[in-house]
Design a protein around this ligand. Structure first.
Ligand code: ATP
Ligand code: MG
Length: 575
């Protein structure tokens, strides 16, 4: 589905740069002189998992707005829940944001740095008579809250005297009470139509170690109490969050109004959903912990570290964020839109190379035994500045098994008995003889002859219809190649039952007997190539000096779009 028609192009019909609805709000604030015309955003991840492509959208949005308006963007770790958070995630988040190309300079903050300030502010609200210590259990609080159609009931502790509240809150902090025995709640309105306004909890008791504050605290602020106040402390002007916080906004505003402090504007946008994947951190954690994937950076995962390992470029992810735009309503983006962004970027930048994934040997019977020619090959036809390289050509070559057919249909323009084909950057060859395993009947080798008059680049050449890729057997480097498909077999996993039943058993295919051209000998992990006719590939960190390992980042063409076109007669949306 098109999430945002307005986000699909950088410019409107009259050539003006488009502005999305958030930019329009900011422009309006600036016109009104609000926030001294400053723009200060933040990206506030909770360090309880690795970042995914949805977070990338939020990162691009927040840092992008700051860039566009000459403002700033903070990185703030929203570390108010000691139980699920780990320092490991903090480091990974930093690395991912940096890799995407954004710089928070010295503005790295932690909600936990504000615990003392938040405590003092809570005391202030108690003194004001708008917060109280409540002895109801979590379950009782839920029962008292009411429903969307029924008002809630006041807690029996709601009218506690201020002095008693102050005393109990102090003793909560001092660790005198067990987990879950008391909370601090805002005194707002148990009959509010908005459930978030029915005396929401501000603090809960939790005797747990925190990754930064250790055992200093045994009461922890809730998201609602911590978030807006953290924004205020940092001087944030526009606090951008996903739609599910829309009905938290009255509470966001209420706290800041009660405190009478700097009051940022909260703006909500639709979170990113992608077909054929799951995006919630909980499900991603389960995928890892239950061993459905090899780890957070398994190239099939939608995490940023996995996309990086798969061969995604930061530029392609930023282009994707730009292309899908921001909207006010939830929708799901086709995963091939993301793939297309990578394809477009790599087409411009990736060096071409030849690799054979499923090899069959050909022997050029009329080629001198010891001869090796160094043939010139173009590194990137899209970018002449990338120059050329040489590839060695010799008597024995590997070609792709499916580039040969013993009994081909009429329009098969590759190799077949007594048929000719061009070898890329080299000669026209003819298949003279097919050698088979006498027992299995499988084709094991092809005897061919080459035409010395047809070397690539020579003038006045005769033409043949097909061109195939190859590597010289004596020079080829052995490689393992991992091909990927979607992690799930259905567009919306988990919509009907357990997503585990919808995992794609063929999401990874490992080919262990591949060969690549010798110029890739010293390719380093992370290097990206287009293997001619096969797709874009990235060197995996599992590579050793004996054997290169490649991940296929994306195929050359958008086969999904083609399938869709066939089925519907309509081109698939890729822009
Ligand atoms: P999840 O629901 O996957 O656990 P979360 O929202 O709890 O994610 P946070 O670490 O709190 O994860 O998110 C940090 C920021 O990233 C928030 O501002 C959140 O709104 C934004 N964000 C998270 N998921 C998405 C998404 N799918 N699309 C856009 N923004 C997202
Ligand atoms: Mg969250």
């Amino acid at each position: 589905m098109a999430e945002s028609q307005s986000g699909s192009s950088d410019h409107s019909a009259n050539g003006e740069p488009r502005t999305n609805f958030i930019e329009q709000i900011i422009l309006g604030d600036q016109a009104d002189g609000r926030f001294e015309r400053r723009v200060h955003t933040r990206f506030p991840p909770e360090p309880n998992g690795y970042l995914h492509i949805g977070h990338a959208k939020s990162i691009c949005l927040n840092f992008g707005l700051a860039e566009k308006f000459g403002g700033r963007c903070n990185l703030r770790f929203d570390d108010t829940n000691p139980v699920k958070e780990e320092a490991e995630y903090v480091e990974a988040i930093r690395e991912d944001v940096r890799w995407l190309g954004f710089d928070w300079e010295d503005r790295e903050y932690y909600a936990s740095d504000y615990f003392e300030k938040l405590y003092q502010w809570a005391v202030q609200l108690i003194r004001k008579g708008v917060a109280y210590v409540c002895d109801l259990t979590a379950e009782e609080i839920r029962q008292y809250r009411g429903t969307l159609t029924e008002p809630g009931r006041n807690s029996p502790y709601r009218d506690r005297p201020v002095e008693e509240n102050l005393d109990l809150f102090r003793r909560m902090r001092n660790g005198e009470f067990p987990d879950g025995s008391r909370t601090l709640r805002a005194k707002i309105d148990m009959a509010s139509a908005n459930l978030n306004m029915r005396d929401p909890v501000m603090y809960r008791i939790l005797h747990a170690e925190h990754h930064r504050t250790g055992s200093q605290w045994c009461i922890y602020p809730t998201y609602d109490w911590a978030h807006g106040q953290s924004d205020s402390i940092e001087g944030i002007t526009h606090s951008i969050c996903t739609l599910e916080f829309e009905n938290h906004r009255p509470l966001y505003d209420w706290f800041l109004d009660q405190l009478g402090v700097h009051h940022p504007r909260q703006i909500e946008f639709a979170r990113l959903n992608l077909t054929y994947t799951v995006m919630s951190k909980r499900k991603l954690l389960e995928l890892v912990q239950e061993g459905h994937v090899r780890g957070w950076d398994d190239p099939r995962m939608p995490t940023i570290c996995a996309l990086r390992r798969r061969g995604y470029t930061p530029e392609s992810i930023r282009a994707f964020a730009e292309r899908i735009g921001v909207a006010k309503f939830n929708s799901t983006i086709e995963i091939h839109v993301l793939e297309q962004c990578l394809r477009e970027d790599l087409n411009r930048r990736a060096a071409r190379a030849m690799g054979v994934l499923d090899p069959i040997k050909i022997v050029l019977t009329n080629y001198p035994e010891d001869q090796v020619e160094q043939l010139e090959a173009v590194n990137n036809p899209e970018d002449p500045s990338m120059g050329t390289r040489t590839v060695p050509f010799a008597r024995e070559l590997w070609i792709e098994r499916n580039d040969f057919m013993e009994d081909p249909p009429r329009k098969f323009f590759r190799l077949a008995p007594e048929k000719e084909v061009r070898l890329r950057y080299a000669y026209i060859i003819r298949c003279d003889e097919v050698i088979k395993d006498p027992r299995s009947g499988a084709v094991t080798e092809l005897r061919c002859s080459y035409d010395p008059q047809t070397r690539s680049g020579m003038p006045n050449q005769r033409k043949v219809k097909g061109t195939i890729h190859w590597v010289s057997c004596a020079h080829a480097i052995p490689a393992e190649v991992r091909l990927y498909d979607h992690l799930f077999t259905v567009p919306n996993p988990g919509a009907q039952g357990d997503w585990r039943d919808e995992l794609n058993p063929q999401s990874e295919q490992v080919l262990r007997r591949c060969y690549v051209e010798p110029s890739l000998q010293s390719a380093e992990a992370g290097a990206r190539y287009q293997f001619e006719r096969l797709g874009y590939f990235c060197v995996d960190p599992d590579s050793t000096s004996e054997r290169l390992v490649f991940n296929r980042s994306v195929t050359l063409r958008d086969t999904w779009a083609k399938i869709q076109k066939k089925q519907t007669g309509q081109p698939a949306r890729s822009k």
